[in-house]
Design a protein around this ligand. Structure first.
Ligand code: ATP
Ligand code: MG
Length: 394
């Protein structure tokens, strides 16, 4: 293989050119759809023969993420390649980068793969994080500060949707939790007095220009994002702090692409970063219907070297996650959720990922809901939830 050719490095890539994505999940699927709407062809590399993204891609390279031949196929076909999840081997991105534009860079993704490196990076960028300690071995837990209790012990790698983390009231519980987690590298974080949680999706182009979306206010259930609301209810000072922190993160990394930073807003109004995702994010799905240009289209625009799009919301918007639980009735029998009832609520759009099997806790789709005012939006959210049989308390 030759190094990046002049043709491939040319900006912008014209529609009709190929863009590639590592990973075939729902984020890859929505990226494909957005890139195709702009006129690009998309190749997906994923080992699963019926992955959500593979099904809509113009080409599915069915192979492991670290398969050198498959990576070379992708690199020779595509003008640019991206990733849809942070646990793709960083070395695969580094290999792709030898031959085609790769956004984000493997080094940037590697930072987000490890909570210890991520927290160190955030702090070095001037972004506050919760007090914490890296835990490699039992002695680290014996020696850490008392102030870290009560806390949360989180595996340093591969955690998502609240998996791989245990709340611990004291040192003895932390030692037990560390053993239960298999003694793998962890981080112990002091439990923070959260008022609420927000996240900011930020986009940085190849030329270093940045745009950021308004923060979404996020509610979780059982460790999984349930609802994101963007209705102007985050105080301007909080939104501005979060926006500045998110921009600092991408500038300091010299990042190219879409990145999301999750924040805690504490009871005193201060803002602290929780973690970052080097890709479009579940809490940014509202941008598909609440903004002129979605986070997925921005991802394609960055790859193609096109100008970034507007990020302000067109109206108050919410995103309700659709989990596999909805496919089971009270008796545990499979049943199709009442989509017609959902779509009968004005201002709703349904996005399903066409996963082969519904399982409790599995992200199967989401519903974007818009309203002309915040009260109208929240009323519609409540109606959708009640159609789906979801409790309306949270
Ligand atoms: P996801 O993949 O959904 O983002 P995750 O598994 O990566 O989740 P975190 O984002 O670290 O895990 O934590 C999940 C949730 O647990 C947070 O959104 C927050 O509600 C709560 N949480 C995590 N860390 C803390 C903390 N230090 N103090 C208080 N609450 C916390
Ligand atoms: Mg999180």
């Amino acid at each position: 293989m030759t190094a990046v050719t002049a043709d491939k490095a040319r900006l912008p890539a014209v529609p009709g050119a190929w863009l590639g994505v590592l990973g075939g999940g729902q984020l890859g699927r929505m990226f494909c759809q957005a890139a195709q709407a702009l006129g690009y062809r998309v190749a997906v590399l994923d080992p699963d023969e019926s992955s959500p993204a593979g099904m809509v891609a113009d080409r599915h390279v069915q192979a492991a993420y670290d398969d050198p031949q498959a990576l070379d196929v992708l690199a020779s076909l595509c003008v640019a390649v991206t990733t849809e999840f942070e646990n793709v081997p960083a070395d695969s991105l580094r290999r792709l980068a030898l031959h085609c534009r790769t956004t984000p860079a493997g080094d940037a993704v590697a930072v987000a793969q490890d909570r210890v490196a991520e927290k160190a990076y955030l702090q070095a960028s001037g972004v506050p994080v919760a007090p914490h300690a890296a835990v490699q071995q039992v002695a680290d837990l014996r020696d850490c500060a008392d102030a870290l209790f009560p806390g949360i012990l989180k595996t340093a790698r591969l955690g998502y949707d609240g998996k791989g983390q245990v709340r611990v009231a004291n040192r003895a519980q932390a030692l037990q939790a560390f053993a239960d987690l298999g003694g793998v590298a962890c981080v112990l974080e002091a439990l923070q007095p959260l008022d609420y949680e927000i996240s900011v999706v930020v986009v940085r182009g190849l030329d270093g220009r940045t745009v950021s979306y308004p923060p979404s206010r996020n509610a979780h259930q059982n460790g999984i994002l349930a609802l994101s609301v963007v209705d102007g209810s985050v105080p301007a000072a909080v939104a501005e702090q979060a926006r500045r922190h998110a921009l600092r993160v991408v500038d300091h990394l010299d990042y190219h692409g879409v990145l999301c930073v999750e924040f805690f807003v504490l009871q005193d109004g201060s803002v602290m970063a929780n973690e970052m995702a080097p890709r479009p994010h579940n809490s940014g799905h509202y941008t598909q219907d609440g903004c002129l240009v979605s986070q997925f289209e921005q991802q394609a625009r960055v790859m193609a070297g096109l100008p970034l799009g507007l990020t302000e919301t067109l109206c108050p918007t919410a995103m309700l996650n659709v989990l596999g639980d909805l496919w089971f009735d009270a008796q545990g029998q499979l049943c199709e959720p009442n989509w017609a009832g959902v779509l009968a609520v004005p201002g709703t759009r349904l996005h399903l990922y066409v996963k082969s099997q519904a399982r409790p806790g599995r992200k199967m789709g989401h519903i974007n809901i818009v309203g002309s005012t915040s009260p109208e939006l929240l009323k519609r959210v409540a109606r959708v939830r009640s159609v789906l049989g979801l409790p309306n308390a949270g």
